[in-house]
Write a protein that binds this ligand. Structure first.
Ligand SMILES: [Zn+2]
Ligand SMILES: [Zn+2]
Length: 350
């Protein structure tokens, strides 16, 4: 039987600073795969890194986009859990399921991983995309499509906060007032932190701090951050620092405000090679640094947090776009420069 090939629109990364809307073949789900009709995809800082050529693992031509979901359109052989018509969100990390780390549930450390829209697998800035069934999670009906596009952004902090040693009454300093930093503030409070300091560089972003549970808001451009936090903690420093800014300066400031024996959670991506880190306090003060990568097994719980209303995500959606907007949006630097009070953008589909 000859089946006529179907085509769809997609945003294709064709090399550094080249993103184009192209007509490409609509993917066909293989064994264990699900074909999804895209409804919403969150725009991520990693997309910009790919666009700028700073993420060499993304090999063009590649459809990018990795924070989205949609409606199951068709399923391949051996699918048991989902069916056409289901509303789903897709986890972007593709793991082998067989290596040691996968078998102990740490599939974010899979020895043989790919990432949808980033490494070795076409992404979601397209009318349709394909992922393995094990990567899809059913969305409750009260979670809207734009909200669904922020689940990945929340899932990382949900995983991170559980890895941190935050006790009832702890003090926490969160660096970075983007969506992840704000979610970390909220989660730290839910975990019982007595006082959360939010440190950032942009007032419009810091303004969300109160709503997300920050007790003290500090702007590095105006406030003496280290001095303030040390004084406010009687010279001891905070129990836990969370670096969600992706800047060496934030990391180093975090080391200064961390109490002896304290813990720093490294969530922000310090890309572009080695970073100038002040190593000595780590040794002198026996500081503990924990890296955080992705959100293994945390999607179901994250979906519940949004569905139950325990954590609200929609306030952080500052902009919505159409697929066709992406090339101009990326090449103009609109997102990188955080123009027009940009916080988080979501690409919506019909
Ligand atoms: Zn992302
Ligand atoms: Zn594996």
């Amino acid at each position: 039987m000859v089946v006529a090939e179907e085509y769809m629109k997609a945003a294709v990364y064709e090399g550094p600073y080249k993103l184009a809307i192209r007509e490409v073949k609509k993917p066909v789900p293989g064994k264990g795969d699900v074909l999804i009709k895209t409804k919403a995809v969150g725009i991520c800082g990693s997309d910009l890194e790919i666009f700028d050529g700073r993420f060499p693992q993304a090999i063009p031509p590649l459809i990018i986009g990795h924070e989205g979901g949609g409606i199951v359109e068709a399923v391949g052989p051996e699918i048991t859990r989902v069916k056409p018509g289901d509303r789903v969100i897709a986890e972007c990390l593709l793991y082998c399921g067989e290596c040691h780390n996968c078998r102990i549930g740490r599939y974010n450390l899979c020895a043989d991983h790919k990432v949808v829209g980033m490494i070795g697998h076409h992404g979601e800035y397209a009318d349709y995309f394909v992922v393995p069934e094990k990567n899809v999670h059913i969305l409750p009906h009260n979670v809207s499509w734009p909200e669904a596009a922020l689940i990945d952004t929340l899932a990382g902090p949900v995983w991170g906060i559980e890895k941190g040693n935050i006790q009832v009454g702890s003090t926490v300093a969160v660096y970075g007032a983007g969506p992840a930093g704000l979610f970390f503030c909220k989660l730290a409070k839910l975990r019982g932190a007595q006082k959360v300091y939010l440190v950032g560089t942009r007032d419009n972003r810091l303004a969300f701090g109160e709503q997300y549970g920050a007790d003290v808001i500090l702007n590095t451009k105006k406030d003496k951050v280290e001095e303030f936090i040390l004084q406010d903690t009687q010279g001891n420093g905070v129990d836990v620092v969370i670096e969600a800014a992706g800047a060496a300066s934030a990391f180093n400031s975090g080391l200064e405000v961390l109490k002896k024996g304290g813990e720093l959670l490294l969530y922000g991506v310090l890309g572009g090679g080695a970073s100038p880190i002040n190593v000595q306090p780590i040794q002198m003060n026996e500081l503990v640094i924990k890296g955080l990568n992705a959100s293994p097994l945390r999607y179901p719980r994250t979906i519940e947090l949004v569905s139950s209303g325990m954590i609200s995500v929609k306030e952080l959606i500052s902009h919505t776009f159409r697929l066709e907007d992406l090339p101009e949006l990326f090449s103009s630097g609109f997102i990188g420069k955080r123009e027009d009070n940009y916080m988080k953008g979501v690409v919506l589909f019909d």
